[in-house]
Design a protein around this ligand. Structure first.
Ligand SMILES: *[C@@H]1O[C@H](CO)[C@@H](O)[C@H](O)[C@H]1NC(C)=O
Ligand SMILES: *[C@@H]1O[C@H](CO)[C@@H](O)[C@H](O)[C@H]1NC(C)=O
Ligand SMILES: *[C@@H]1O[C@H](CO)[C@@H](O)[C@H](O)[C@H]1NC(C)=O
Ligand SMILES: *[C@@H]1O[C@H](CO)[C@@H](O)[C@H](O)[C@H]1NC(C)=O
Ligand SMILES: *[C@@H]1O[C@H](CO)[C@@H](O)[C@H](O)[C@H]1NC(C)=O
Ligand SMILES: *[C@@H]1O[C@H](CO)[C@@H](O)[C@H](O)[C@H]1NC(C)=O
Length: 259
């Protein structure tokens, strides 16, 4: 198996609770259920919506990685939605990455459209560190990240996404993926992604693979091509790419915070 994100649990914000069977709760369930078809209809890129009247109004968004109309995108969204409903029975605000970084589902009792939100941060990395040529790894890494931040943040209003690879040693390449929610401006996206790079420096410098995810953007890197080379090209029935023998990933970071 590739890196598994088994420990992934939704992030539940501690910003208020609703009661079972309340109007807010029903609105939340309704809007979450409407996301998968609407995200698919938008090309798998991004969909945001709201439902109800204050104080029962719920805002939500759904997004698949790199824009993906395949079955995989819907499966991920449905997984994330079930995850949210099961793990957040009464939280007014929460988000889920669907367990494996293929999609994002988020809801709240406030509008977050166009907001740059860099906390809470979740970070995870592979136990396999780079043991030699670390200085070279750092140089190549920095140049790859620089390119990807610029490419992703220059995306359009439906997709701010970039992947790239660079030779590390004769036998190894570094692969990285960066994405922002596309409601961010170019400047916001770039700022968010630079913060993921700085988180990498703090938590995971020299680790051969891992991720940093924030409500507004994320970064993932590894020594194998974990991302889909071209989503629209991929057989929708094939399972996500995975490479045998990748070591397990440990997660760390804040899972809840108070505003
Ligand atoms: C919401 O409920 C949880 C228990 O489910 C509790 O720990 C938390 O303090 C509550 N938060 C607010 C803001 O009321
Ligand atoms: C919520 O509604 C369901 C179905 O109407 C009912 O069976 C259940 O007892 C209600 N729960 C609470 C806590 O009111
Ligand atoms: C989202 O999907 C639902 C159910 O498929 C549909 O009724 C609704 O109109 C869609 N919302 C928008 C804003 O397109
Ligand atoms: C998303 O929400 C914002 C603010 O509520 C709204 O202006 C925008 O039209 C929505 N976008 C989509 C694609 O529904
Ligand atoms: C944004 O870019 C993607 C990928 O290049 C493209 O498929 C999509 O149609 C573009 N969307 C808009 C609104 O330009
Ligand atoms: C994806 O594949 C299609 C069809 O082969 C091709 O036209 C398109 O340029 C590819 N997109 C990227 C980003 O490689």
């Amino acid at each position: 198996m590739g890196i598994s994100f088994v420990a992934a649990a939704p992030i539940c914000y501690d910003t208020g609770n609703f009661t079972t069977n309340s109007t807010y709760g029903k609105n939340r369930d309704l809007i979450l259920a409407s996301l998968p078809p609407n995200v698919s209809a938008s090309g798998g890129f991004f969909f945001n919506a709201s439902i109800g009247q204050n104080p029962h109004k719920v805002y939500a968004l759904g997004m698949c990685i790199q824009g993906d109309t395949s079955d995989r995108c819907s499966r991920c969204l449905n997984f994330a939605i079930h995850d949210l409903m099961a793990s957040c029975p009464n939280q007014k605000e929460a988000l889920s990455w669907g367990g494996d970084l293929l999609c994002l589902v988020r809801y709240a009792d406030r509008s977050f459209y166009g907001n740059l939100e860099v906390e809470p941060t979740e970070r995870g990395y592979n136990t396999l560190g780079i043991t030699s040529n670390l200085a070279q790894f750092d140089t190549i890494w920095a140049s790859l990240i620089d390119k990807l931040v610029s490419k992703a943040s220059n995306g359009n209003s439906s997709l701010k996404y970039a992947t790239g690879e660079a030779d590390f040693t004769v036998f190894q390449r570094i692969y990285a993926l960066m994405q922002c929610t596309p409601d961010l401006s170019r400047v916001q996206c770039s700022s968010c992604l630079w913060q993921t790079a700085s988180d990498y420096d703090d938590c995971c410098h020299g680790q051969s693979g891992g991720y940093v995810r924030k409500p507004s953007c994320y970064l993932r890197w590894d020594l194998y091509p974990f991302y889909l080379p071209n989503a629209s090209n991929t057989d929708p029935t094939s399972p996500p790419a995975s490479i045998p023998g990748s070591p397990p990933i440990f997660t760390q970071g804040k899972f809840a915070f108070a505003r």
